[in-house]
Design a protein around this ligand. Structure first.
Ligand code: NAD
Length: 491
């Protein structure tokens, strides 16, 4: 197996990082080293910012209708290279090929929505706000913007931001997760083929030093971040203190509530996909299943059976329903949390620790795990596990369930399974979470809706995707004009 050397892309050139430190990138299904990623230095980030600042001078003057032509080309290139990108995601991130294809589909959809920028970034105007006076609001780009990405969606998450940022006339820097740098390497090769002018898009690989350089560089006007809550808080507060526009999407602990009248067959299938899909490494993964009243027994039996049957293996292989988790550290952390759950009194219905996956003995696998009678105040009920572990809690009423949801630290997603419209409306109305699912297990907003995390799942105001992205990547300018008719009389 060849080991790829990850390069940066700065000012339209592929450059080897001068960093002396680099990390190994692993295929989590096999534990083989597949790449080496440089931990780029602050000066390399600053070079990228300089290139982006220079490029902004002409890019902002390029008409939006011309700017989106590059996105149309990018869409075609992404579709032509779809399967290769999906298998790269699976190889470095572990999810199944079907999941990786779903991820790339979402990336493409964001490009498609951003192709509407000529309309989406239009301003508004009012004639005659007073006699002979008109007022207008126009949208202008900010300048250089940057995104800092997590490991779990290497192909999709940069696309919640990048297409909108550049279509609005900004220039851009992407800092992928150091755990999964290969997908963005390939996507930047495609971005290069679109013929985008030098410096409009830049790729800098690295970790904390590169992130800190992004936060502290005075020429960066806006930062988007997706990752864990402690890092989100850090980037949000330090970025804001530096006067930047910042949006930070953080971690989650997503509850799903199952009422006795739910369609149990459908609910079980959807709940299992939510909890165990992408090996539980989704910010919208169900992590707590709260059964209400008589739903307990049926749901518990059905989900246990489903969890035990799930086919775990290398995501590149046919028939595999769940891949490994990202790293050996992650595997050990998840196993330690399962242990903590049982020592805090939960009953282990399905134990996914230390599985034997034939042919992949060195992979970082955790099988689906179910803990029953989890104490809502225990660590396992509150901590983001980010692995295929579902905790079952039983309550007597929907009001108790909503109180439990609302008492949580996070507010990324909450779902209800029911056939009652009244219960669904109550849940939608009262629940403190930004993405709500009714008979849906992963309430992921489409590209034309904002990705609306609440509470400690989001720091900022405007979210990623759709109209929110256009607002985030533009600043409004209001112009009030007086033109007296008699000034034109001579003509
Ligand atoms: P992470 O916070 O460890 O890393 C995210 C990024 O921050 C990486 O690029 C990393 O290099 C950088 N980083 C890490 N530590 C840093 C530090 N101390 N200082 C500066 N930069 C630092 O997150 P992860 O493990 O890659 O991703 C998983 C997390 O992301 C989960 O918590 C998940 O819920 C969250 N996530 C949230 C969403 C959402 O939309 N809310 C979506 C996907 C993932």
């Amino acid at each position: 197996m060849t080991i790829s050397s990850i390069r940066n892309y700065i000012n339209g050139e592929w450059v080897a990082s001068k960093a002396t430190n680099q990390l190994e990138v692993f295929n989590p299904a096999t534990s083989e080293v597949i790449a080496k990623v440089p931990l780029s230095t602050a000066s390399e980030v600053n070079e990228a910012v300089h290139a982006a600042s220079e490029s902004f001078k002409t890019w902002r003057r390029t008409p939006p209708t011309e700017r989106v032509q590059y996105l149309f080309k990018l869409r075609t290139l992404l579709l032509e290279n779809f399967d290769d990108l999906a298998s790269t995601i699976t190889t470095e991130c572990g999810k199944t090929l079907a999941e990786a294809k779903g991820e790339m589909q979402r990336a493409v959809e964001n490009v498609e929505v951003a192709c509407g920028i000529p309309i989406m970034m239009q301003g508004v105007n009012s004639e005659d706000i007073a006699r002979g006076i008109d007022e207008m609001m126009i949208r202008q780009p900010l300048g250089v913007c940057a995104v800092i990405c997590p490991f779990n969606f290497p192909g999709m998450i940069p696309f919640w931001f990048l297409p909108y940022a550049i279509a609005c006339g900004n220039t851009y820097i992407v800092k992928p997760s150091e755990k999964v740098p290969l997908t963005m390497q390939k996507i930047f090769e495609l971005l290069e083929k679109t013929g985008l002018p030098k410096g409009v898009i830049n790729l800098v690989n690295g970790a904390k030093e590169a992130v800190d350089a992004i936060i502290d560089n005075p020429s960066i006007r806006a930062i988007s971040f997706v990752g864990s809550t402690p890092v989100a808080k850090y980037i949000y507060s330090r970025g804001a203190a530096n006067g930047k526009r910042v949006q930070c999407q953080g971690g989650a602990k997503n509850p799903i509530i199952i009422l006795p009248d739910a369609d149990m067959t459908m609910t079980t299938r959807i709940a299992a996909d939510s909890a165990f899909g992408c090996a539980g490494q989704r910010c919208l993964a169900a992590s707590l299943a709260v059964t209400v009243g008589s739903a307990k027994q049926t749901f518990t039996e059905a989900i246990t059976e489903t969890a035990m049957k799930r086919v775990v293996g290398n995501g590149l292989e046919k028939g595999v329903e769940m891949g490994p988790v990202i790293s050996v550290e992650s595997q050990q952390r998840i196993e330690a949390l399962i242990q903590k759950g049982t020592s805090d009194g939960a009953k282990l219905l399905v134990d996914g620790r230390q599985p034997q996956v034939s042919g992949y003995e060195n992979g970082y696998f955790v099988r689906p795990t179910i803990l029953q009678d989890v104490d809502p105040n225990s660590e396992i009920a509150k901590t983001e596990i980010f692995g295929p572990v579902l905790s079952l809690i039983h309550l007597n009423t929907i009001d108790e369930a909503i109180s439990l949801v609302n008492s949580g630290q996070y507010g990324n997603m909450a779902c209800l399974f029911t056939t009652s419209g009244g219960a669904a409306r109550k849940f939608r109305y009262e629940t403190e979470a930004g993405n709500i699912g009714i008979n849906i297990g992963v309430a992921a907003p489409m590209a034309f809706f904002p990705f609306s995390g609440w509470k400690e799942s989001f720091f900022g105001d405007l979210h990623g995707q759709g109209n929110h992205a256009v607002e985030f990547f533009t600043q409004t300018k209001v112009v009030v004009e007086r033109w007296r008719e008699d000034w034109g009389r001579q003509f």
